[in-house]
Design a protein around this ligand. Sequence first.
Ligand code: NAD
Length: 438
Amino acid sequence: MRIAVIGAGYVGLVTGTCLAETGNDVTCVDSDRAKIDLLRRGEIPIYEPGLGELVQRNLAAGSLQFSTDLAAACAPAKLVFVAVGTPSADDGSVDLSALWSVVEGVAGHLAHDAIVVVKSTVPVGTNAEVAARLARLAGRPCDAASNPEFLKEGAAVDDFMKPDRIVVGARRQQVFDVLADLYQPYLRTDKPLLCMSPESAEMTKYAANALLSAKISFINEIANICQRSGADVNEVRRGMGHDSRIGFAFLFPGAGYGGSCFPKDVRALAAVARKHGVEPRILEAVHEVNERQKAVLADQIRQHFAGQLAHKTIAVWGLSFKPGTDDVREAPALVLIDQLLAWGASLRVYDPEAMANVRRLYGDRLAYGRGRDDVLEGADALAIVTEWKQFIHPDFERMRRQMRQPVIFDGRNLYNPRSMKQVGFTYYSIGRPAVQPE
Ligand SMILES: NC(=O)c1ccc[n+]([C@@H]2O[C@H](COP(=O)([O-])OP(=O)(O)OC[C@H]3O[C@@H](n4cnc5c(N)ncnc54)[C@H](O)[C@@H]3O)[C@@H](O)[C@H]2O)c1
């Protein structure tokens, strides 16, 4: 099948590449010329495990191409996927300007039987508006489908290749048939392709992200109650998770959720609710709890140093919003960094993949480490914000020798408080009692 994918970011690049991998003829289009030039050379502008190899293979085979020419890519395409960004506007609603610019750009160039498939996360009713605008601009009815994406950054290729389910919203059986045929290679383990209205498909994506965010805010609130009341949230989490009605997924307390999806999707769904006269009380609480949670590590640090952060050096491990990605959009680490800088601390930061993105934001206001151990030299404390695997078993003896003061603020509960006491650290974590060295 000839396919155009508009927007070659985390979702579009993975979508286009994985569709090329199953034998389709794909052109990925992006308005960012530098990104397209990089991709044409087989270089990947983002960190996503396994993606580089697939891009290079399909590029070499000719099944994957990159272009800035929207019209030329769309004209021969049977399917035009739209995967441009849909960021938050100032009032929390969704800024759809990139989507509308693509709709205007493609309308005059679509083949007569082309289907425009919206993969971007968009509010209920957007698909109907896409179809209406396309029809108006093209002077004839055009098919628009909603096909929200559920991949996770850090495991995006795997998620695309082996999805739990595929959701398609459309109004005509032929559209379902074309997409079912396209996705059949990815559903070989009998996972379902769920056909529904575009409105339900659009809502499914927001509802799923809102529930996952709610689970995180829920366990963070429980953690904060544990911290004050003497319970250990890790024990509580285990006690809860073994209940088959509850499970363990997304019940890990931490420094708050971030990324390009959860924060903006919770805000967007709340805005949709308000627009329709529904008071989004749970969604607002999920968001507020998360905003507060992002300040918990900074509060612990301030209290430990009695507010005296000037002339203190804090090492930070983990900057991306979660392990396995270089994405720092709405990352809790950035909130911590801003706060510590405002209090006058010096920061030495390290992340296995996100250093370039953070350097772009902070320039020389931070010191950037070459490795995990490098940033500890002379540090008054270490703050851990992202649970990269390489942080799980550090050499604590060596760390204690390197650091000016052996203090760890662990925003991801990586270590056992009892062991930390034994190896001589003052150790703070989330929802568990702090410990002092023996
Ligand atoms: N990142 C995720 O994990 C994820 C998962 C599921 C769904 N989504 C949704 O998918 C959509 C895309 O997210 P993303 O993270 O891939 O965004 P992204 O910012 O990484 O990529 C968007 C791309 O679109 C390009 N673009 C913007 N306007 C354009 C235009 N007019 N013409 C051509 N290209 C244009 C940008 O240059 C950029 O490369 C969003 O709606 C997001 O909510 C994201």
